[in-house]
Each structure stands twice: as structure tokens, then as C-alpha cells.
Design a protein around this ligand. Structure first.
Ligand code: NAP
Length: 300
């Protein structure tokens, strides 16, 4: 399969290095990372150990053939600019996969790409951009890919088989929109609190007051989801959130990592989107709103 990955950061580089085993892969990323890859190859350390020679460019202009699969792994706030650039290499047969977090990435892609071409995914792999040319694979996880309409099509099965074939454990989702919501609810309950309190994920369950806060945010986010037509169990969502905290107890959330690097966070696509949807339905969004203000207060 010909694969182009737009957004060669932590997760995009990891998937690129793994997919290279059986596929022709191009990574599109920023100058320092691309130069390091061109010079010494792409190094993956920790849970996966690889040093691969991989096609890497700063833009899609050097790509001469249309990819079968274009994977978007930019942060949610970069989706529109990335897809606008990538449009030139999207043919009538190219499938566009968003492997991003957030509740608005797919909608942003839909503005520029026919929605029939788009599929979405959620991954629990953990990756960390250590330095240009070097990625740490901090946690092995599973990946779920699905058609937006939930159908088990030939093309989704083919892509899932391709991922499994090179060792990325992947399953077909029957409801990827629900999976994206679930991940957003979990992230809404963990990421801003760990950023505000500058703590590892595990501390949220070590401190009983913070655990209570996690529960309250999780309930509010689940309520927003359900009012918008999802049918999620409050208890299951809180259990799932606690499970993620336990499994990543030693990790710093992606939001805390971005904050520490002085970079923008994905809060607008997670808590921000929840607030927007909740307000539309005229229901309580005060905790998510407070979390947004709290993170803004750290930055301003
Ligand atoms: N890392 C994880 O463990 C993990 C796990 C699951 C899901 N995710 C999700 O996956 C997405 C990516 O996360 P990440 O941690 O991999 O982020 P990341 O390390 O910041 O990688 C994204 C990279 O794409 C670059 N970029 C942005 N626009 C671009 C463009 N138009 N062309 C080429 N490169 C571009 C960024 O550069 P600049 O930042 O310098 O602009 C950055 O280097 C997020 O939605 C995240 O929530 C991540």
C-alpha cells in the first residue's frame, strides 16, 4: 500500500516506522525532524526498537504518485491547514484516515474532503517526541479503525489487515464516532486536571479530592454526550477513565507535555467542543468551562 502520513510527530512517526515493513511510506513533517531522518534515519526507542530509512519531506510537493491511504496525525488545531496542503495528493481512490484525538478533527477534514473518503481511528499507543529523528514508544496499545457510518466495508477490513500484518494490533470499529466520544470524555477528565495540577496521570487517583473532581468532570462530559444522542453509561465511562489513569499512571498527559513545551494544547477540540455542544442543548457545562479557563489562566 502507498501511505502518506501528514504530521510526522510522535504518533505519526511511530506508525510510519511500523507500517514501512510492508508498505511504501512517506512522512511529512517539520524541518528539524525531517532533516534528522534524512541524515541518520528514524529511530524508535523503548517499547519498539527500530532505526529505519524512510521517505521524509517537509511538504507533499515531492510526492509523485497518489497514495492509497493518507493518515493525518497533526494535532487537532492543525487539521485544516494540513488537509488543505494534502488535498493536492488526494485522488478519487485515496482514503483519508484521521488518527487524531478531539471531537472536531473529522468535521474539519470534511470541509475539504468528500466524507465518503474519510475513515477515523482511535489508538491507545503512547508515543513521545524525544528529539528530532527520535521517538519514544512509551506504551503499546490497541487501535480501532472505522467507517464513519459504521459499516464493515472491504476497504476498512483491508486497512485493518494491513495494520495487523505489520504488528499494529487493530480491530474494526462498529461505531467509531462513539469511540471518538469515549476517548474525548476520558481525555476531558484527565488532561486539563493533570495540566493544571502539573502532575502525572496516576496522581489523580492517589488524591481523593482530585478523584472526586475527575468523577464530576466525567459525569458532566458523559451527560453532554448523551444529550447529543450518544447512549453512554456514566458508571462505565468513569470506570474507563480510572482504567486509563491506572494504565498510564507514570505518564504525563499530552496536554501537560504540550503546556510544558510552551505549545498550544488540544483543549479546544476536547473540553471546548464539549462546552459548545452542551451549550447548544442548554445543559450544564460549568466544569468543562472552568477547566478551559483554568488552563487559559496558566498561559496568560
Ligand atoms: N502521542 C501520542 O501518544 C498520541 C496517542 C494517541 C493519539 N494521539 C493524537 O494524535 C495526534 C498527534 O499527536 P502527536 O503527539 O503525535 O503530536 P505531535 O508530536 O505534535 O506531532 C504532530 C506533528 O505534525 C507537525 N505538523 C503540523 N502541521 C503540519 C503540516 N501541515 N505538515 C507537516 N507537519 C505538520 C507538527 O509540527 P509543529 O507542532 O512543530 O507545528 C508536529 O511535529 C493528536 O491529535 C493526538 O491527540 C497522540
Amino acid at each position: 500500500m502507498n501511505i502518506v502520513i501528514i504530521g510526522a510527530g510522535a504518533i505519526g512517526s511511530l506508525f510510519g516506522a511500523l507500517l514501512l515493513k510492508n508498505n511504501n511510506v512517506w512522512l511529512i513533517g517539520r524541518k528539524s525532524h525531517i532533516s534528522a531522518i534524512k541524515k541518520s534515519g528514524l529511530v524508535i526507542e523503548d517499547k519498539t526498537q527500530l532505526n529505519v530509512k524512510i521517505n521524509a519531506e517537509e511538504s507533499v510537493d515531492r510526492i509523485t504518485s497518489f497514495p492509497d491511504l493518507l493518515i493525518l496525525t497533526v494535532k487537532s488545531y492543525d487539521t485544516e491547514s494540513a488537509i488543505l496542503e494534502a488535498r493536492k495528493i488526494i485522488s478519487k481512490d485515496t482514503i483519508v484516515l484521521s488518527l487524531q484525538n478531539g471531537l472536531d478533527s473529522v468535521d474539519k477534514i470534511k470541509k475539504f474532503v468528500d466524507c465518503k473518503k474519510i475513515i477515523a481511528g482511535v489508538t491507545t499507543h503512547g508515543a513521545f517526541f524525544y528529539k528530532p529523528g527520535f521517538i519514544k514508544h512509551t506504551g503499546k496499545g490497541t487501535t480501532i479503525l472505522g467507517e464513519l457510518n459504521g459499516q464493515k466495508t472491504k476497504r476498512i477490513v483491508n486497512i485493518v489487515d494491513t495494520f495487523n500484518g505489520i504488528g499494529i494490533e487493530t480491530i474494526v470499529s462498529k461505531n467509531i464516532i462513539r469511540d471518538l466520544w469515549t476517548k474525548a470524555i476520558v481525555n476531558s477528565s484527565i488532561n486539563p486536571l493533570t495540566t493544571f495540577f502539573q502532575c502525572k496521570n496516576g496522581y489523580l487517583l492517589k488524591n481523593p479530592i482530585l478523584e472526586k473532581l475527575v468523577e464530576k468532570v466525567c459525569m458532566e462530559s458523559t451527560n453532554i454526550a448523551n444529550t447529543d444522542g450518544l447512549n453512554l453509561s456514566y458508571d462505565e465511562m468513569f470506570e474507563k477513565t480510572k482504567e486509563v489513569i491506572r494504565n498510564t499512571s507514570e505518564n504525563q498527559s499530552s496536554m501537560l507535555q504540550s503546556f510544558k513545551k510552551g505549545k498550544k494544547t488540544e483543549i479546544e477540540s476536547i473540553n471546548g467542543k464539549l462546552v459548545e455542544i452542551g451549550r447548544k442543548h442548554d445543559i450544564d457545562v460549568s466544569l468543562n468551562e472552568m477547566l478551559i479557563y483554568s488552563i487559559e489562566s496558566l498561559i496568560k
